[in-house]
Ligand binder design. Structure first.
Ligand SMILES: C[S@@+](CC[C@H](N)C(=O)[O-])C[C@H]1O[C@@H](n2cnc3c(N)ncnc32)[C@H](O)[C@@H]1O
Length: 280
């Protein structure tokens, strides 16, 4: 416990007190394999030299504003462990809500699903785990991200097939009219939003995963919408996560492209965050 107090102190210049405490406990759990209760109840806890070295390195990285998930090398998504590092975006809680929407819609229905812009593979892997009758393929332009995503698929014992592909190109891998679901959480942060972003995101998360030009904020939705109209079956559905400031425009884009039913949903914080568009 005394050692944990020291770590909280070492983190206090970058984190508020309650967050520093939570992070210090997480680091100690991770490095010792002990539970929170064991750590907090043992006043005489002494770490080995190796454990001390690991914690010192982790604290230094956190003090450099590196996100905790990269420092630990993993995060939790939809109840599953996903390895993460600077090759991929850290999966966000709002993306779990998108997965939940698809799981509720497609439970017990055999279906073919493609995840475009898969990053760590979190969406495809969570769907594969929770929809046992589904067949999953996933795409990203980054070979580095795909290497990590394949590892996450093995770690979670799923059979997702991963492919390198550019979502903005006219070439596409899935044959026409064969998919039931196309899902994507593409880059959607405007270049101009950089100014208001924290260093832990800007300096560490891959910019290819985040940004789109202010002059063409919906470019991924237009390209992915086109692919969805070509590769979805009749009554198949496209599900996307969106920039919360672009809800109306993205709904209008999908309607104008010819999708039949288009629904916009908010996330837990009340932000416009995800859209389902059905091909008819
Ligand atoms: C916002 S991240 C989403 C990652 C993951 N699906 C998630 O929800 O955490 C966007 C991903 O799109 C990929 N990407 C960027 N441009 C792309 C393109 N033109 N074609 C395919 N993937 C692209 C990035 O490599 C990154 O992994």
């Amino acid at each position: 416990m005394n050692r944990i107090k020291n770590i909280i102190g070492d983190l206090s210049s970058v984190l508020p007190a309650n967050e520093a405490r939570a992070v210090a406990i997480t680091l100690c759990e991770h490095v010792t394999g002990l539970s929170r209760v064991q750590l907090l109840s043992d006043n005489s806890l002494i770490f080995t030299t190796e454990q001390e070295q690991i914690i010192a390195q982790q604290v230094a990285r956190l003090n450099n504003h590196e996100p905790l998930q990269y420092v630990l090398g993993e995060t939790e998504f939809f109840g599953l462990t996903m390895k993460v590092d600077s090759r991929v975006l850290i999966p966000r809680p709002e993306t779990e809500e998108l997965v939940e929407w698809i799981v509720n819609d497609w439970k017990d229905i055999p279906c073919r699903i493609a995840d475009v812009c898969t990053g760590s593979g979190c969406i495809a892997i969570a769907l594969a785990k929770n929809l046992p009758d589904a067949t999953l393929s996933a795409y990203d332009i980054s070979e580095d991200a795909l290497t990590l995503a394949r590892g996450n698929s093995r770690l979670n014992k799923t059979n997702v097939r991963f492919f390198c592909a550019d979502a903005l190109s006219d070439k596409w891998i899935d044959p026409l009219d064969t998919l039931d679901v196309l899902v994507s959480n593409p880059p959607y942060v405007l270049e101009s939003e950089k100014l208001s972003m924290q260093p832990n995101v800007l300096d560490y998360e891959p910019s290819i995963a985040l940004f789109v030009p202010d002059t063409d904020p919906l470019l991924f939705y237009e390209a992915i919408g086109k692919k969805a109209l070509a590769s979805l079956k009749h009554e198949g559905a496209l599900y996307v996560e969106i920039n919360r400031e672009k809800g109306k425009e993205t709904v209008a884009l999908f309607r104008q492209m010819g999708f039949g039913f288009v629904e916009l949903r908010t996330d837990l914080f009340g932000n416009a965050r995800m859209i389902k568009a059905v091909k008819n």
